[in-house]
Design a protein around this ligand. Structure first.
Ligand SMILES: Cc1cc2nc3c(=O)[nH]c(=O)nc-3n(C[C@H](O)[C@H](O)[C@H](O)COP(=O)(O)OP(=O)(O)OC[C@H]3O[C@@H](n4cnc5c(N)ncnc54)[C@H](O)[C@@H]3O)c2cc1C
Length: 176
């Protein structure tokens, strides 16, 4: 421990200021609770190196991401609230190009795209020469409903805000 703890009391202590800790502390603040966010500020962490792609369809079996219909709109709403608070834009709705890497992959996608539960997420099929500069001999498919989060840009102002409010303790590493 590098210095003594603040003498204030907090309703909650959150270990880690990644995406989870950041959003949890924000929602606690909105609920009128106080939280001490503790993070050693080390690099790398998952949140700081992640691509930030919000993809509604995942895995080899091409299934809808867990509770995507509910959680992706919730995530977007959460990031928009943070954007308003910090006056920065972090989240961008983006179409995602899924490149077919094998005939099986292509057939699986084409079969899935016909399913009712996937209608909201599957867009048009792209032919092999459909996008200049992208090598995709089997073509691909546009996936809708996802996006891109600039994670570091969203975490930084959260951390700075907590430091200002002395509710962030960056140097303390809790050994669990
Ligand atoms: C290379 C890579 C790419 C990824 N790309 C994507 C993507 O495109 N889309 C996607 O949805 N997901 C992606 N992920 C997954 C995503 O990054 C993680 O699911 C998410 O960041 C996890 O957030 P978290 O807050 O739970 O954990 P973390 O980001 O790991 O945050 C945990 C925090 O806790 C702190 N900590 C650890 N131990 C202690 C301790 N003892 N005391 C105090 N603090 C502690 C750490 O310093 C860290 O800041 C990717 C992951 C990686 C590694």
């Amino acid at each position: 421990m590098e210095s003594s703890l603040p003498e204030t009391t907090f309703d909650y202590i959150i270990a880690g200021q990644g995406l989870a800790g950041s959003l949890l502390s924000y929602y606690l603040e909105m609920a009128g609770k106080t939280a001490l966010v503790i993070d050693p500020g080390l690099f790398p962490t998952s949140s700081r190196i992640a691509a930030g792609i919000v993809h509604p369809v995942t895995g080899r079996r091409i299934v809808k991401s867990w509770r995507a219909d509910e959680l992706i709109p919730f995530a977007e709403q959460a990031y928009r609230l943070l954007e308003q608070k910090f006056r920065k834009t972090f989240y961008f709705n983006r179409p995602i190009l899924e490149i077919f890497h094998s005939v099986n992959h292509m057939n699986d996608w084409l079969a899935r795209s016909g399913e009712d539960s996937m209608q909201h997420y599957t867009g048009e099929r792209i032919e092999s020469n459909g996008i200049a500069g992208i090598n995709m001999p089997l073509g691909g498919m546009i996936v809708r409903g996802g996006g891109h989060l600039l994670i570091v840009s969203s975490l930084k102002p959260c951390g700075l805000a907590w430091q200002k409010s002395t509710a962030c303790w960056r140097k303390l590493l809790i050994i669990i």
